[in-house]
Design a protein around this ligand. Structure first.
Ligand code: F0G
Length: 456
């Protein structure tokens, strides 16, 4: 009956936001070499750089922090976390890590190496980097439906099943694992349907391939399945996630997303031998098997967060408030990936700035504009993040030039979001005048974090 999306929580503790002028921001983004990763967070008004580790914890989680058991081995906080993860995922072997990429390094480092191949709907950048760092290759096969940015199709995060069969036919002996990223972060935060996950699982089973779920946003994904895929209307969000886990051989999770904590992750596996090999690596690089990369209090907070995330009022607010931002700016003429995904709105900077070619990085130009005009920090997901150079050092661009507006969980209210919408009105008015960007300095891996840029 009422249209206003109210946040299903009250605010008990607050953090100040420092206001800046446009002139101040021009100076600050210049000093940060036009790379928002290099800004000081106090100079940012609305921080949409990531939804990772930026959640506000609940009073229950903070209470859990106080009862964390910090014993080196066999802590009760570990037992609680292990139980929660086993109960949710159904996987018997749980390895706690300090964040998602540590779990990736252990699993994909062990399975990878020269000549090996990983296949995904889309590898997240740290997933790809860990795979490539091991010497293996990573192939992305998103559904071709993902290319149509305006179609109403709800599951653009799906994997292309025909491409999966084809890739297996030509490279089967090389394949180390098939990874379904749920939701598909680098593919626009789009959800994956249960039927797609079932088909991927069946294909993996037929060819005896390891099937891993990158489950860091699986609760958000479950919302889309319940509301947009036939047959799941009467299941709870948690049951839907459990059904998806039941299809796979293991999962990798960055708890910094759908476990509502600031730090943490885990690896959970079905196979004992694989779990033992990974546990050996865990002990060398993260910590003993009953804490890995985590303190007892972190484990308490994750265990509580993994329950809270499936709360129906929270998930409804989460997904509809993300959609609210996306629909508003889309109605005001900003091209966005549609339908709106779970954790973020993805602006098509290639279309918004169609006068800026890929090698002048339209997405990077947009993130700088957003900061200058409104103090909003966002991240480029385009040719800065995923572009490669050919043998003649010419840029091979990414498939899309996107900017992600990631929404931290339980942090901003509707008035913050309405402010972002207003800033986008200015961005739309000024679009034609914006110029491209060049790279001045860059590292070999994950260049978007530390590269220096300059305006053209
Ligand atoms: N997998 C996915 C799908 C992710 O989105 C991330 C992180 C990771 C793995 C790695 O997890 O950061 O805990 O090591 N994504 C963040 C983001 C950084 O901004 O989307 P991590």
């Amino acid at each position: 009956m009422y249209k206003t999306i109210i946040e299903p929580f009250k605010i008990k503790s607050v953090e100040p936001i420092y206001m800046t002028t446009e002139a101040e921001r021009e100076e600050r983004i210049k000093a940060a070499h036009y790379n928002p990763f290099l800004l000081h967070s106090r100079d940012v008004i609305i921080d949409m750089l990531t939804d990772s580790g930026t959640s506000a914890m609940s009073a229950q989680q903070w209470a859990g922090i106080m009862v964390g058991d910090e014993s080196y081995a066999g802590a009760s906080s570990w037992e609680r976390l292990e139980y929660e993860i086993q109960d949710l995922t159904g996987f018997p072997y749980v390895l706690p890590t300090h964040q998602g990429r540590a779990a990736e390094r252990i699993l994909y480092g062990y399975l990878g190496g020269e000549g090996k191949l990983f296949i995904s709907n889309t590898h997240f950048d740290t997933t790809r980097a860990n795979i490539e760092f091991s010497g293996a290759n990573a192939i992305d096969i998103p559904t071709p439906l993902a290319k149509d940015h305006d179609s109403e199709y709800h599951f653009k995060g799906n994997m292309d099943l025909a491409a999966l069969e084809q890739t297996i036919a030509s490279t089967k002996d090389q394949i180390a694992a098939v990874i379904l990223t749920v939701t598909n972060n680098s593919g626009g935060g789009q959800p994956v349907s249960m039927s797609n996950a079932k088909e991927v699982a069946a294909i993996c089973k037929k060819h005896n391939l390891l099937f891993i779920i990158d489950c860091c946003r699986i609760a958000e994904n479950a919302y889309f399945i319940k509301h947009f895929e036939k047959g799941y209307e009467n299941h709870t969000y948690r049951e839907i996630a459990q059904q998806m886990f039941a299809l796979a051989d293991g999962c990798v999770m960055s708890a910094k997303k759908d476990a509502l904590v600031n730090m943490g992750g885990f690896l959970a596996l079905k196979d004992n031998a694989l779990a033992e090999a990974c546990t050996n690596l865990l002990i060398i690089t993260e910590g003993f098997a009953t804490y890995g990369g985590l303190s007892g209090r972190d484990m308490e907070a994750i265990a509580i967060g993994l329950r809270e995330i499936f709360d129906k009022d929270y998930l409804h607010y989460r997904i509809t408030s993300t959609r609210y931002l996306g629909e508003k700016i889309r109605n005001n003429g900003i091209p966005v990936l549609y339908p709106i995904g779970g954790h973020a709105v993805y602006v098509d900077a290639g279309l918004l700035y169609s006068h800026i070619p890929a090698h002048e990085y339209p997405g990077q130009a947009l993130v700088c504009e957003l900061y200058k005009k409104g103090g909003i920090r966002a991240v480029e997901i385009g040719s800065v993040m995923f572009g490669k150079y050919d043998d003649n050092h010419q840029l091979v661009p990414a498939s899309m030039e996107l900017v992600r507006l990631a929404i931290p969980r339980r942090v901003y209210t509707q008035s913050h979001i309405d402010y972002v919408v207003e800033v986008f009105d200015e961005i739309a008015k000024n679009a034609k005048n914006v110029k491209g960007i060049k790279i001045i300095k860059e590292p070999k891996f994950l260049r978007h974090f530390t590269a220096y840029f300059d305006l053209l």
